[in-house]
Design a binder for this molecule. Structure first.
Ligand code: PGA
Length: 310
């Protein structure tokens, strides 16, 4: 049986409307052109597909079978068209991502995986602290933001995707490294290096100790995780950082995590965008990608032995 797609789609329109006239209108063809396609299809099939009774037309048994087939083909074509349109959207998209400075320790790995899968998407990445990200969201500057839990006061959609444990780091020769379950009070004898105001890590740390009525003595203020780590290594004080920032230093035994009661501070990373924002196809796919990849990433970014319960 030789059937062309053209014949099938014309037949489908006639069968759907049970009318040659309306099929012709829908397809922007003349009525004789529609009749011709149907006639040729009937010749190819070797059986009539329509019965004309009075002014009405009906499907014959062969016509009913053919209609089942044309419906399946039409549906398949529509789905394929949709998939291709989506692929096209992702392939040529632009994507503006902003991440917390602390997230930037693993964000490049996420972006690399995404770029490999969607090489046509042009990504711009901006890195700043929590305060900068909240301004960014307010100004609608990025498609997707990866950060700590945003305040509920802003109209945002925020979905957690990965744990973010905050730990206390010390140089390997610090006396506290020999102790287990160090009491929080004991930390009051130590000096802590601080991230800048506006850092999510700092806000979480301050909240944690304020809730427990513990006052820490604070030393230098530094505006990057790198500076905090270097400062701790140099013996300027203890530091509180995300576990995700110290993988290398722990491996090289340049820093040690102290075993302190109630630690780590349990936080989460969130994928965030403004409520009501029309996400581009590329942004939607990136968001799904982050949520999907989080599990495998969690294993990579969290040094063995430091995984912790939710
Ligand atoms: P930050 O990290 O300390 O670099 O701002 C973001 C956050 O923890 O919310």
């Amino acid at each position: 049986m030789h059937v062309t797609l053209r014949q099938l789609s014309v037949f489908h329109a006639v069968a759907s409307h049970r009318s040659f006239t309306r099929a012709a209108e829908e397809l922007h063809l003349s009525q004789p052109a529609v009749s011709m396609q149907v006639k040729q299809l009937e010749e190819n099939v070797g059986l009539p597909l329509f019965e004309h009774l009075g002014k009405k037309i009906y499907l014959t048994e062969a016509g009913t079978e053919m209609f089942r087939c044309s419906r399946a083909v039409a549906q398949q074509l529509a789905e394929t068209e949709q998939t291709i349109a989506e692929l096209r959207g992702v392939e040529r998209g632009q994507l503006a991502v902003a991440v917390a400075s602390t997230v930037n320790y693993f964000a490049p790995r996420l972006l690399a995986g995404f770029s490999q899968r969607f090489p046509g998407v042009h990504i711009s990445l901006s890195v700043t602290n929590r305060e900068g990200l909240l301004k960014n969201l307010e100004g609608n500057e990025s498609d997707i933001v990866l950060m700590g839990q945003p305040p509920s006061s802003q109209e945002l959609v925020a979905e957690p995707f990965m744990l973010n444990p905050l730990v206390i780091i010390a140089p390997p020769d610090h006396p506290l490294t020999r102790l287990r379950r160090i009491k929080l009070n004991r930390l009051q004898n130590e000096t802590f290096l601080l991230r800048e105001p506006g850092s999510g890590t700092r806000i979480a740390m301050e909240r944690f100790f304020a809730e427990r009525r513990i006052t820490l003595s604070t030393g230098m203020e530094m505006n990057t995780n790198e500076a905090i780590k270097q400062g701790v290594e140099a013996g300027l004080g203890l530091g509180i950082v995300s576990l995700h920032t110290v993988g290398l230093e722990l491996e090289m035994k340049r820093l040690v995590i102290l075993n302190v009661e109630a630690f780590p501070i349990e936080r989460q990373w969130y994928v965030v965008h403004r409520q009501g924002k029309r996400l581009s196809r590329a942004a939607q796919v990136f968001k799904d990608y982050v949520l999907d990849e989080a599990n495998s990433l969690q294993g990579e970014v969290q040094p063995a032995g430091q995984r912790h319960r939710e």
